[in-house]
Design a binder for this molecule. Structure first.
Ligand code: FES
Length: 143
């Protein structure tokens, strides 16, 4: 069963949409279920995430975790955002059913992908950020 928070973020997702001329955009998918998530970041000159929007073509758990993830990183520095894991997002949602845990990985990876894009565009290195995968489903990477 889903928690009230998951249901709330699924039925009223926060920060849905896109940002024009975003500082960084990250898209990740899961080839197994076919779900895709895209995150847009607007980052100011002090490396603070001024705004964040997302679009998720995916299951309810993916939508709820994207929504919560955007809430968690808004107003934070890029390094604070980097520390947000799928576990943090799940805890903030009061948990997910075990079969849905993989869905929360989309949010974590999409944030990393957007930060990677931002770093590339600005020619900087974000300490601790590894090159993100575009497909989170291990072993089914489609190149
Ligand atoms: Fe694909 Fe949830 S089933 S992200």
């Amino acid at each position: 069963m889903y928690s009230d928070k998951v249901m709330d973020h699924f039925t009223h997702p926060r920060n849905v949409g896109e940002i024009e001329n975003a500082s960084g955009v990250g898209t990740v998918g899961n080839a197994k279920c076919g779900d895709i998530m895209r995150i847009y970041l607007d980052i100011d000159e002090n490396q603070i995430i001024r705004d964040v929007k997302f679009k998720t073509f995916g299951c309810g758990a993916a939508i709820a975790t994207s929504s919560m993830a955007t809430e968690l990183i808004k107003g934070k520095s890029i390094y604070e955002a980097l520390e947000i894991t799928n576990k943090t997002v799940m805890e903030a949602l009061d948990g997910l059913p075990p079969v849905k845990i993989h869905c929360s990985l989309l949010a974590e990876e999409a944030i990393h992908a957007a930060l990677w894009d931002y770093a590339k565009k600005n020619n900087i290195t974000i300490e601790g950020l590894k090159e993100p995968k575009s497909d989170i489903h291990d072993g089914e990477k489609d190149e």
